[in-house]
Ligand binder design. Structure first.
Ligand SMILES: [Zn+2]
Length: 250
């Protein structure tokens, strides 16, 4: 069993009485344009993909039992608003959703939780960090947040990820190719020239959307270089990081 919501209530109750600590993973993303080639759901797809792998890897673990909560696919997506398909929610909505779901789980006795995010717009990340803190404030329970932007995590990921010129480029497109190649328009992907945009520097200069950053097709990085093999390898690293924080949280 991988998905928490597919349990019966009886099975959920048994989790709390079982010998293994149940840890619930909350995948978070955004519905947001990812170039002309990758799906709007790229970010939640990556979050779910790494959660599924972590569940598989811990399948026989004697101490921990991981399950995935229904994902929160919506996030704060103001940067992509100029492109069709950017369906965002406000910061307050995201904060309330994350806090309410986590507090509800903790009140039910599921006190081991990890938030898994793959959408890195600064406001979205800030809200998630705040929400994790608010859960702890309200419940006294410390929940996990896998923050891939932390240097010690980022340095284990690919060069493109670390370069900050990374939206629907080689890094993300490879991950989609690994799990859902049917969702990538590979002809469009192959035609995209590498585009170097330092998103962190552009944001620091006050550029508030992809177009102002020079990302006129809602991507940067090198999507044409993406491969499923790189995606598989990156998923392994992401799963290592997730399992480490699961162990740390439980
Ligand atoms: Zn993305």
């Amino acid at each position: 069993m991988t998905w928490f919501a597919e349990l019966t209530s009886v099975q959920a109750a048994a989790l709390l009485d079982g010998p293994r600590r149940p840890v619930l993973l909350l995948p978070v993303g955004a519905i947001e344009p990812h170039g002309p080639h990758a799906p709007l759901s790229t970010d939640p797809l990556i979050s779910v993909g790494m959660c599924e792998r972590a569940v598989r890897r811990l399948a026989a673990d004697p101490d921990v039992r991981a399950l995935i909560l229904p994902p929160l696919p919506y996030g704060v997506t103001d940067y992509a608003a100029a492109f069709a398909g950017a369906l965002g929610i406000g910061a307050r909505t995201l904060h309330a959703l994350v806090v309410d779901v986590c507090v509800s789980a903790i009140n039910q006795g599921f006190r081991w939780l990890v938030v898994v995010n793959n959408h890195f717009e600064p406001e979205h990340v800030r809200v998630l960090r705040d929400a994790v803190g608010a859960v702890e404030e309200r419940t006294g329970v410390r929940i996990g947040y896998l923050d891939l932007l932390r240097r010690r995590n980022a340095e284990r990921l690919t060069e493109e990820f670390r370069s900050a010129s990374c939206h629907a480029g080689q890094y993300e497109t490879s991950l989609v190719l690994a799990d859902r190649p049917d969702l990538v328009d590979t002809a469009a992907m192959a035609a995209l020239a590498p585009l170097r945009v330092d998103m962190v520097a552009a944001m620091a200069q006050g550029r508030r959307d992809f177009v102002a950053m020079g990302m006129t097709q809602a991507y940067c990085g090198a999507p044409a270089a993406a491969t499923a093999a790189e995606g598989d390898a990156t998923f392994e690293t992401l799963t290592d990081l997730l399992v480490e924080i699961i162990r740390d949280t439980t």
